[in-house]
Design a protein around this ligand. Structure first.
Ligand code: DAH
Length: 345
């Protein structure tokens, strides 16, 4: 029994030989576990003469503590070594060349659309999106463009055959202006909406595409004048093009506005001096606008003697082409990655 009290040496040697904390655990169990050697000593107390017991107990306890201490020290050393090994395995060589991840880019049309929404929501406009398949009524008739009106020719589009029980033929909308009617039918003034979306026409050349995007705006309230429109447009031009941009209104004609204007923005490329982009005029035509025709207000149940309003509509592709110097609208739908990559942030 006495020589068993020398277990410290044996336990230490075995623990020192353990290669990792797993092996050390085995050694620990061998000495301190339920069936371990030290535990057996403690259990053997009952076989010892009562007067020798306290001294023996003291010794065994001291032995256990000494072994535990040794094990703890060895364990700490092993753990430290293992951690070092793990870290060494995870070491990164910062001088290695990195792997470049391709970042996507927003399409220039999406980008300009988002910029416009940002800009106009800052002025209090809310977004309303109308349907792409419209009735003739919303796309033309309610906008003061009856069936025989010559303005319909300028917006020739794609008609869908009328289904059974359907009174009116449907068409792919030619302008987001249809949204003006849908909003005014539902909402009483004050109205301040922005209506972005896809529109369709049978048009096809370097600056026209059968499908393109427009951004419509409509403001209706008491006492709205053309000055409000011009003030808002100045703000729009400065934010969208350049701090020094100016706007100019030219008389024009749209069936749904009276008076109607064509809005020019001073050429950002030459600062208004005249260049090839503005064809020497210093101005670039950017959008159509005007005071909402009283017939349109009446069609929507809004009293034109109480309320007035202005509306505007612009081509998003056109703005993108001006802003980014794109000379062919087809580049925007070809999905050539070499072109699109240039719009990465
Ligand atoms: N809808 C017109 C077009 O597609 C653009 C337009 C002009 C919209 C004048 C308007 C407006 O709201 O007031 O050519």
């Amino acid at each position: 029994m006495e020589e068993d009290l020398d277990l410290l040496q044996e336990a230490t040697e075995e623990a020192e030989a353990a290669e990792d904390s797993r092996a050390l655990y085995e050694v620990k169990m061998k000495f301190l576990g339920r069936t371990g050697k030290v535990t057996a000593l403690l259990k053997s107390m009952k076989d010892i003469a009562a007067e020798a017991r306290p001294a023996f107990g003291k010794k065994v306890n001291a032995l256990r503590e000494a072994i535990e201490e040794k094990f703890a020290a060895i364990e700490e050393r092993l753990k430290g070594r293992e951690l070092e090994k793990k870290l060494a395995g995870e070491k990164i060589d910062v001088t290695m060349p990195g792997k470049r991840t391709k970042k996507g880019a927003l399409h220039p049309v999406t980008r300009v659309k988002d910029q416009l929404i940002d800009l106009f929501s800052g002025m209090g406009f809310e977004v309303f999106e109308g349907p792409e398949i419209e009735t003739e009524y919303y796309n033309f008739t309610a906008l003061n463009t009856p069936a025989d009106h010559p303005a319909r020719d300028m917006q020739d589009t794609f008609y869908l055959e009328a289904g059974s029980g359907q009174k009116e033929s449907l068409l792919l909308r030619t302008q987001t202006s249809a949204g003006q009617i849908r909003v005014m039918e539902k909402k009483k003034p004050p109205i301040k909406i922005l209506s972005p979306g896809r529109v369709f026409r049978s048009d096809d050349d370097a600056t026209h595409s059968p499908m393109f995007h427009q951004m419509e705006g409509l403001v209706v309230d008491k006492g709205i004048t053309l000055c409000d429109l011009q003030g808002m447009l100045d703000e729009f031009a400065k934010k969208m093009f350049s701090e020094t941009s100016k706007t100019r209104l030219r008389p024009s004609y749209f069936p749904f506005t009276e008076p109607s204007v064509e809005v020019d923005v001073s050429c950002a490329s030459c600062g208004g001096k005249g260049c090839s982009l503005c064809k020497g005029t210093g101005w670039i035509e950017v959008l159509g606008a005007g005071m909402v025709n009283r017939r349109v207000l009446e069609n929507c149940g809004v009293d034109p003697d109480v309320y007035s309003g202005f509306a505007f509509g612009m081509g998003i592709e056109r703005i993108a082409m001006l802003k980014y110097g794109i000379n062919n609208i087809k580049l925007l739908t070809e999905n050539d990655v070499r072109f699109l990559e240039q719009f990465e942030d």
